[in-house]
Structure formats: C-alpha cells, structure tokens
Ligand binder design. Structure first.
Ligand code: SF4
Ligand code: SF4
Ligand code: SF4
Length: 245
C-alpha cells in the first residue's frame, strides 16, 4: 500500500502548491510512490483518508482552525509547507496594523461580513511534524522531505544562517555593496538563491532557531549591526515572530 497524501491550503497565494504541480518529470516519480488523494489545486477528487497532510497557508480566521484540526486528526504526519504555513509569511504584515483598519482597507463598507483575525502559522493551532520553509518552497527540498518521510527518517532541516550557503556560493556580500540583507539571521536551505541571483535575502525561511546565539555575528559586527537592527529593518516575514526574539 502506498502512503496516502493530502495537500491542503489556507490563506496563501498557492505558489507553494504550484511548485509541487510544477515538479515536471519528478511528478511521475512522486505518484509512483504515494497516492495523492486530495489536492484542490490539481485534481477534483477528494478523500479524508490520508496518512500525510501537507498544509500550505496561514491561519487567519476562526473557521480555519476547525478545518485545520480536522486535517490534523485525519493525518499521521502533518507537514507545513511554505512561509505562510511555517512562520505566518507575508500575510502576517497585517498583524503590525490595527485589524479593524485592515478590514476596512480590504473590504470597505462590507468589512463586517468578513471573518478575520491576526495571522498565525499552522503550529499556533496544531502540532506540526515537519517544516518545509521558503516563499515559495524549494522543489528539491520538498522532494527530499517526501523521500525521507517515506523511508521513515526525520528530514534534515537546515538550522544555520543563509550567510553560510552564501559564502559557499562565493557571492560578494551585499553589505559590501551598501545594501541590507537578512541572511545573518535567516535559516539556510535555499542555497542563498536570491543573493546568487543578484538580490538580497528577505528572510523568507524565517529565523534560525536562536538568532541571539546562532546569527552570523561576524558579519553583523563587521558592519556595526546588532540583531535588533537586522530584525527591524525588514518586516516582510517577521511579524509573527517579532515578539518572541
Ligand atoms: S509561502 Fe510564499 S509562495 Fe508559498 S503560498 Fe505563501 S506567499 Fe505563496
Ligand atoms: S549578509 Fe547576505 S549577502 Fe552577506 S554573506 Fe550573509 S547572506 Fe550573503
Ligand atoms: S535567500 Fe533569503 S529570501 Fe531568498 S530564498 Fe533564501 S531565505 Fe528566502
């Protein structure tokens, strides 16, 4: 019997699900080892009988909680995929403003008809067994996680700063070019792809576990920065965790 897999979404742009749809030739390998029984973005069929649930998106209203708890109860393993699910993601920007103002801005006079509350990651509501970070997720990392789970192993998730991979890629540090970068405090695993492609790290994989001790201090010190400077500079992905650092 192949493990049965369900892929579900909450508040998100569905870009992480799209990464799965776009696995191209690897889709064939994937469906040869698992039975995908629910995946709204890619198929009409649906079943509540699954072993592994992959959950994309953040939790932004009370009714999300009910549905998420049902998914958790049905699954032996729950995997949060993408920044929206793992750290609240871009949706959590609204947490930095008054929620009633946000509702009025988005829904205008109809605001009272829409249910919403401050954004939370999936693990604020249910237990998460495995995290696949990124905005969007990295397809190779996703496949690596699936393979590990099928072999009964715990997937290895990087817990060191993006700077480590950035140096391995032999990039010129963006600080040298007068720019800012979240790399010193951000969890690696993306091969520093944004810097390699000429941008900066925006912090989409969330903080390393203990930025106070695990940050790339050497780079921060070299440019006269401390942890707070970096955390306060970009708030694109940090809203849910700001209060915990
Ligand atoms: S993590 Fe990024 S790509 Fe994935 S669903 Fe959220 S916003 Fe979209
Ligand atoms: S600060 Fe950014 S650019 Fe500099 S080494 Fe770290 S990840 Fe690379
Ligand atoms: S470099 Fe930073 S923003 Fe880009 S994918 Fe990696 S963690 Fe995300």
């Amino acid at each position: 019997m192949k493990p049965r897999v369900g892929i579900f979404d909450f508040a998100s742009c569905e870009g992480c699900e799209l990464q799965i749809v776009n696995l191209e030739e690897d889709v064939v390998g994937l469906v040869s080892v698992v039975d995908v029984v629910s995946f709204r973005e890619a198929m009409k069929e649906h079943s509540d009988d699954y072993d592994i649930a992959f959950v994309e998106g953040s939790i932004t209203r009370e009714s999300d909680e009910t549905r998420l708890k049902e998914i958790r109860a049905n699954a032996k393993l729950l995997v949060a995929i993408g920044a929206c699910a793992t750290i609240g993601g871009i949706n959590a920007i609204k947490n930095l403003q008054d929620i009633e103002d946000v509702k009025r801005y988005v829904y205008g006079d109809e605001a009272k008809y829409f249910e919403t509350y401050p954004t939370r990651p999936v693990d604020a509501v249910v237990k998460v067994d495995v995290y696949v970070h990124g905005c969007p997720i990295d397809r190779d990392e996703f496949l690596g996680v699936v393979k590990a789970l099928l072999l009964g192993k715990t997937p290895e998730i990087a817990n060191y700063p993006v700077c480590v991979e950035c140096k391995q890629a032999e990039n010129v540090c963006t600080f040298e070019e007068g720019q800012f970068c979240m790399g010193p405090v951000t969890r690696a695993g993306c091969k520093a792809t944004c810097i390699t492609e000429g941008s900066i790290c925006w912090g989409c994989r969330g903080f390393v576990d203990n930025p106070n001790t695990d940050a790339q201090k050497e780079i921060l010190e070299k440019y006269g920065l401390d942890l707070k400077d970096v955390i306060n500079k970009f708030r694109l992905y940090t809203a849910c965790s700001e209060t915990t650092q």
